[in-house]
Design a protein around this ligand. Structure first.
Ligand code: ATP
Ligand code: MG
Ligand code: MG
Ligand code: MG
Length: 480
């Protein structure tokens, strides 16, 4: 069987041959043409149908949701807009298609809102927009694996069910095989997790980092790429309860190596999409500019989607210390005029996405890597700097999104790590295995986490993270 993508790419030797194609009807012009699409590409295959040659019954049953198998002669097209077309000789309807019910779905050919499309996430794969998005999502994932493979990283799977809490801060989904209506209790009247499947309290992973680190302390360069779960109670356009995270961990790397890796990696993936997803990007680029035209002039993006991607990879990312960034934010007009929802008042405060986006979009007009954050707003495992106040953390901030990557050099010195855990109330006994790696041949090492969906948001020009994952998990939303 040939996909439409293959056919459109290489048809010369098939001209005037009979071929068979499969697909769904994208558009149906009742007098002569069917635009057929099989999902392999944004481009449709034009089918020329001479209606007199087919039964009225068959034609009557074809609409914009029909699934068809078509055999006919492949010819070069005279019309503008496509290189080839098929002169249909045989048309077969492949499956049921209830016309009346279709009218209430997003398959009805008219413009539907993104909210509406989200409610029918199981059908939106059939639309041009979501076809383009998910083909690009695939290419981003593929490029990620390719980048690491070319750079001698090993793809390593860390557990999805774990006893470890990498980030602290109660964002975990518990995992249990208890009957929730009949929980076993211990003598103190608390739930007795010793009787649970794993004999302890477990949860869905919030990050594979800690386990990934232990692997890097033997395999050198590893990366994990798996689902991550956070019970985020924030209902934002950049948070999901289930998302995919890419986490390289690298032995012998320091913070600067880590930033270099993050920048090189992001540029590689974006370049890959520019090189390999032309048709889908052009479609999204057009959609993006049409969307911009609807906005008041002052709110319009300065560059098109493709232009934006090309510009981002052309320049070196701006590298700025947290301290410098805070100065800039505190002294900004926006801050003084009370334009931020969260005013920036002192060194030590955590940055909100509005601040991150201000730095990227207004101040530097470039992706920004912030480094050396105050230790109190970062996790226990980040390496203490000599100033005693900051840690060797880094966040990569992108236009339109804010934080896309968070990472750090990890604390490799046992005594300092232990002191930090004590200070932050992280139980040493729970993480005995993590501490072991600092006891037997500890080495400097660093790593980061990239949220796959945030990168896909960036390269597709979409604005809501729910639209770049096939089945978004958000509060009160896990139907399918
Ligand atoms: P944020 O500040 O946006 O909440 P974070 O600092 O909590 O992110 P990290 O723990 O640093 O996130 O995780 C690493 C990366 O994972 C982030 O830079 C981001 O790209 C992604 N990420 C984190 N939380 C989510 C989420 N709920 N949904 C989607 N991606 C996420
Ligand atoms: Mg968060
Ligand atoms: Mg953050
Ligand atoms: Mg972070």
């Amino acid at each position: 069987k040939t996909t439409i993508k293959e056919l459109l790419g290489d048809y010369k030797k098939l001209i005037h041959h009979d071929i068979t194609v499969f697909g769904w009807v994208r558009a149906f012009r009742s007098n002569r043409f069917i635009a057929l699409n099989d999902g392999s590409t944004i481009n449709n295959l034009q089918i020329v149908v001479n209606f007199e040659e087919f039964s009225e019954d068959l034609i009557k049953n074809i609409n914009t949701a029909s699934s068809l198998k078509i055999t006919g002669e492949l010819v070069e097209s005279q019309g503008a807009g496509q290189s080839i077309e098929i002169l249909a000789k045989k048309i077969e309807i492949l499956g049921d298609n209830f016309f009346e019910e279709m009218q209430t779905t997003i398959l009805q050919p008219k413009k539907h809102s993104l909210e509406k499309l989200r409610e029918q996430a199981h059908l939106r794969f059939r639309t041009n927009l979501f076809g383009a998005i998910f083909r690009i999502r695939h290419s981003v994932s593929f490029a990620i694996h390719q980048y690491f493979n070319q750079n001698q990283f090993f793809y390593l799977n860390t557990p999805i069910i774990t006893g470890a809490d990498a980030e602290g801060a109660g964002e975990m989904f518990g995992v249990s095989n208890f009957d929730l209506n009949n929980l076993p209790k211990n003598e103190e009247g608390e739930v007795d997790f010793e009787q649970d499947f794993f004999g302890r309290k477990t949860n869905l992973t919030v990050s594979g980092q800690l386990e990934g680190e232990t692997a890097s302390m033997g395999l050198g360069r590893i990366y994990t790429f798996g689902p991550t779960f956070r019970a985020e109670n924030s209902n934002t356009t950049r948070h999901l309860a289930e998302f995919w995270m890419v986490e390289p961990e690298v032995a012998f790397n320091d913070l600067e190596d880590n930033i270099d890796l993050a920048e090189d990696f992001l540029k590689y993936v974006i370049q890959y999409v520019l090189d390999n997803c032309k048709d889908d990007l052009e479609f999204l680029d057009k959609r993006f500019s049409e969307e911009q035209k609807q906005k008041p002039e002052k709110d319009r993006a300065k560059e098109g989607l493709i232009e934006k991607l090309e510009n981002v990879i052309a320049k070196r990312f701006k590298r700025v210390s947290y301290t410098e960034a805070i100065e800039i934010l505190m002294n900004s007009k926006e801050n003084k005029k009370g334009k931020f929802q969260f005013p920036v008042e002192n060194w030590g405060t955590d940055l909100q996405s509005e601040h991150e986006r201000f730095l990227v979009e207004k101040h530097f007009e470039s992706p920004v890597v912030l480094f050396d954050y105050p230790k109190d707003i970062k996790a226990f495992y980040m390496r203490q700097n000599d100033d005693g106040k900051t840690v060797a953390a880094m966040d990569v901030l992108f236009p339109g999104i804010g934080e896309i990557i968070g990472g750090s050099q990890r604390e490799e010195r046992l005594n300092i790590l232990k002191a930090k855990m004590k200070e932050m109330h992280v139980d040493e006994k729970e993480l005995w295995w993590y501490l072991d790696t600092r006891k037997f041949g500890s080495v400097p090492h660093a790593g980061f986490g990239l949220g796959l969906e945030r990168l896909v948001l960036f390269v597709t020009g979409m604005t809501n993270i729910r639209d770049v994952i096939p089945f978004p998990r958000t509060p009160k939303n896990a139907e399918f």
